[in-house]
Design a binder for this molecule. Structure first.
Ligand code: FAD
Length: 288
């Protein structure tokens, strides 16, 4: 990061095709800007052109059996959408937990995912809701599970010349409950730990599906498959919840940095998995 951030060119394409043409034209010298709430803080070196995508028609949130969310849907859009109900509410809860009212009309879901930092709030709910991400490039579109998009710390599967256009979330099965949890040092801070947890019960009341998505629990947001495996096919009770929480703590590899030590984060991860599972189970059971 440098003190000043000056670019020679600022382009504002009106369509995805125009944006992709600009991304291809500038290559490494250009950078997409959506809300700018990460980029203008990072102020990366060597950027000569900003490609402002905010005129593209990608701010939608649509119900189509599942849910389709354009990359430019903002934190404010997600907070206000009546479509984010039932298990999708965890995405609204993450938007409500997004620190700053002042930037809520700028910050986009696409920018949040592209930044791919473990403290950010949208990866856990999108992972728990089993989202796919659509990447557009000059060669066409490709769709991948969001889980495969995060490759490493601030490293994604976004290829050269590509941008995210939308996210697709399948319709949740009946008897599904979900919970989002976040802890920061203040209510406007980034997460020290965040988590999104989803449970689906089968007709026999056993756990049919469990997704336990953790942020800040590793250099990349991820699903704790080991914790999920503890639950699948079993009747969930307090002892099993504790076992799953212990598995998530074992699988976690939190980074030790200024927001909290590795040991403290591990402790909170255990607490969050226990609380989140208890809450998701309660909702799946139809209890108020
Ligand atoms: C004061 C403050 C508080 C914050 N609090 C929170 C918080 O509580 N929780 C949280 O999760 N985040 C928080 N953030 C971080 C930030 O607001 C979010 O990550 C936001 O969602 C980023 O979106 P953006 O549109 O601003 O991204 P930008 O800054 O515009 O872009 C971020 C990165 O993504 C790339 N990019 C953007 N859109 C696309 C696209 N469609 N396709 C390909 N590449 C793209 C850009 O090139 C850039 O590299 C905070 C930021 C600030 C400044």
């Amino acid at each position: 990061m440098t003190g000043a951030f000056t670019v020679a060119e600022y382009v504002r394409p009106g369509t995805v095709d125009e944006a992709l043409a600009a991304v291809a034209e500038y290559g490494d010298r250009g950078r997409i800007i959506a809300g700018g709430t990460n980029l203008l803080v990072d102020r990366p070196d060597g950027v000569e052109a900003l490609i402002d995508i905010t005129r593209l028609d990608l701010g939608y949130i649509r119900s189509d059996g599942g849910l389709t969310i354009g990359a430019l849907a903002t934190v404010a859009d997600l907070r206000a959408s009546p479509l984010l109900s039932g298990p999708y509410t965890i995405l609204k809860d993450a938007a409500k937990a997004h620190g700053h009212a002042l930037i809520s009309h700028l910050a986009t879901i696409g920018g949040n995912i592209c930044k791919a930092h473990p403290v950010l709030d949208f990866p856990p709910p999108l992972l728990a809701l089993d989202a796919d991400v659509t990447l557009a490039g000059n060669g066409g579109e490709r769709v991948m599970p969001l889980e495969e998009f995060f490759l490493g710390f601030e490293e994604t599967a976004l290829g050269e010349g590509e941008m995210i256009t939308e996210f697709n979330l399948p319709a949740p099965a009946p008897r599904t409950g979900a919970a989002f949890l976040k802890m920061g040092w203040t209510h406007v801070d980034m997460a020290l730990v965040n988590a999104a947890i989803l449970v689906t019960l089968g007709p026999d009341n056993k756990c049919q599906e469990a997704r336990i998505a953790l942020g800040t629990a590793a250099p990349v947001p991820f699903r704790s498959k080991q914790a999920e495996a503890v639950l699948i096919g079993k009747k969930i009770d307090d002892a099993l919840i504790k076992e799953a929480a212990a598995a998530a703590v074992r699988q976690a590899a939190p980074m030790d940095y200024h927001r909290g030590s590795e040991a403290y984060k591990r402790h909170i991860i255990g607490v969050f998995v226990e609380r989140g599972l208890t809450e998701a189970l309660r909702i799946a059971q139809g209890k108020s």
